[in-house]
Design a protein around this ligand. Structure first.
Ligand code: EPU
Length: 331
């Protein structure tokens, strides 16, 4: 039977920013069959809450984190198609796939959150993103009161974006299963300078070495507790927008994209605006990775929100760039 607690339930275990907030009801389906009924009472749908900023006490929440398991749907000599329950922890899944000899997602090691949330955000790191591995998702559509299977194209994955973040789908579609196609041949992606620098050439063919290397890079930059990862997306600019920015910031690193746009690091814009380690109350711009806003221990939702607004306003004023949040503020 599902767990469906009521009262003032602390959300400390159900989001990663470590803020003191409560929910009136916590709905925790343990099987897919329990989802439709529990979903009717839920206002927000979460995985492990690694990408949310709760602004106040919240109405009923459903978390899919206890939907577990996986099964192989088909395989041949070069690839495997595997269906994973949405509540599986993403990083545990990466390790499990390596243990099976299924490759492609090593660079996405140690990203917090669930497999379902990985799709919602189209997670990406160190030159790899989830999109090319996605085959389909299955989930409960609250508006249609029906189960739906959506092929990858219908999920419209882009840079830190999917259809599941749009108003029509957000909190209305509960992803319960994700199908990925992984490779049986290990072809490491070593394009990212940080990764290339760290890889021991003698161990280039060892996927666990790449996995551990990525973990180590992340551990140096990202806090262990009290964050929701990157708080903002890296801005993607047209050529004319880039030229305008370069008049103010001639030294900014630029990453040309295949569609003719240009990605620039938000961390650079925040850093060079002098905001590294800037604090409001218990909320701080992380000193090692300024794209991350961190709860230093006693931050309130208001501290986090004010800091995010301050960073946005400062970047707008100095660089003329509007930072788009990656973290979802709820409540
Ligand atoms: N930079 C600075 N100052 C700093 C740190 C970084 O100027 O103190 C500049 C440098 O130019 C550096 C650039 O920012 O080269 C990029 O920094 P980093 O490699 O740390 O990556 P990022 O663009 O800030 C993105 C993702 C991360 C992902 C890393 C690695 C987004 C929003 N974030 O960060 O994803 O781990 O690349 O690929 O795209 C997340 O989404 O939560 C997340 C952590």
């Amino acid at each position: 039977m599902s767990v469906a607690a009521s009262g003032a339930i602390p959300l400390s275990e159900y989001h990663t920013l470590g803020l003191v907030v409560y929910t009136s009801r916590l709905l925790l389906p343990q099987t897919e069959e329990e989802v439709p009924e529990l979903a009717t009472s839920a206002q927000f749908i979460l995985g492990e809450g690694s990408n949310i900023l709760p602004l106040r006490d919240l109405p009923p929440i459903l978390s899919t984190r206890y939907l577990r398991g996986y099964r192989v749907l088909q395989e041949d000599s070069s690839s495997v198609e595997v269906e994973i329950a949405a509540g599986e922890n993403w990083d545990a899944w990466v390790r499990l796939s390596l243990a099976h000899g299924w490759y492609g997602i090593e660079n996405l090691a140690a990203i917090p959150g669930t497999v379902g949330a990985a799709v919602v955000q189209n997670i990406g790191a160190y030159g790899v993103e989830l999109a090319p591995f996605l085959v389909r998702v299955r989930g409960w559509n609250k508006s249609l009161e029906a189960w739906q299977e959506l092929p990858a194209e219908a999920c419209r994955l882009g840079y830190r974006h999917s259809i599941f973040q749009t108003p029509e789908w957000q909190d209305r579609f509960i992803i319960t299963r994700v199908t990925l196609r992984l490779k049986k041949r290990y072809e490491p992606v070593l394009t990212y300078p940080d990764v290339l620098r760290r890889i021991d050439p003698a161990r280039q063919h060892d996927p666990w070495h790449l996995y551990e290397t990525i973990r180590a890079i992340r551990a140096e930059k990202l806090p262990l507790w009290g964050s929701a990862g990157s708080f903002f997306k890296n801005p993607v600019l047209s050529l004319s927008e880039l030229k305008r920015l370069q008049q103010r910031a001639p030294d900014i690193p630029v990453y040309p994209q295949s569609d003719g746009t240009f990605k620039v690091p938000a961390a650079w814009l925040i850093d060079k605006a002098g905001l590294k380690a800037y604090r409001i109350g218990g909320a701080q711009v992380h000193p090692n990775q300024p794209l991350v806003l961190v709860n230093t221990g006693q931050a309130t939702p208001q501290d986090m929100w004010s800091l995010a607004q301050h960073v946005r306003a400062t970047v707008r004023e100095i660089w003329g760039i509007e930072l788009e949040p990656e973290v979802r503020a709820i409540g």
